[in-house]
Design a protein around this ligand. Sequence first.
Ligand code: FES
Ligand code: FES
Length: 208
Amino acid sequence: MSTKNTKHEPSGISRRGFLKGVGAGAVATGLLQEVSESAGIAEAATPTTLGPGEIPIKLNVNGQSRSLNVEPRVTLLDALRNRLDVTGTKKVCDRGTCGACTVLLDGKVVYSCSVLAVEAQDKKIVTIEGLGTPDNLSDMQAAFIEHDASQCGFCTPGFIVATTAFVRDNPGATLEEVREGLGGNLCRCGTYAGITAATFEQAQKGGA
Ligand code: FES
Ligand code: FES
């Protein structure tokens, strides 16, 4: 015998109750408007505007505090490359599509062409230069060389930053998970086999 209760239970909200609730909400909204008009309107009417000329900002790049002047419209990518001479981060699409400009912002993977430099203040920026140097390669950089994961090299810095963060967050990732994890970066030379092998190897080692 079925134990299913087919009796229609009241939902707990009657039409009358709903209308009363809406009315109370409308009154509350009205009160809020009155309060904000009397107390907060002066602040809302005077928003802070930046620019359009250059403004002084500070960026923390690879552990160093760097001072520079930029127009508020300048992207983090252009500030790094054109103002700070940190050119390991590459500019390809400049449209948040290819991943060549990938950096870490407070540990999160971001496209630096899609972040304004002024937004990156008070955050820790890590570029490819901050992961390793030619004399002291990071494990992922060494794995890319070992697995021949680079041809022209233009996509490589972005891939290494992205894959370093991927294995940090996904130690022991499967091959399928690695392939999926590489989805935010494009390589026009088609070195995906080497990149996948290097990343999988580092994931199996528990992270670069
Ligand atoms: S240059 Fe930023 S995603 Fe392509
Ligand atoms: S190695 Fe040339 S675009 Fe990737």
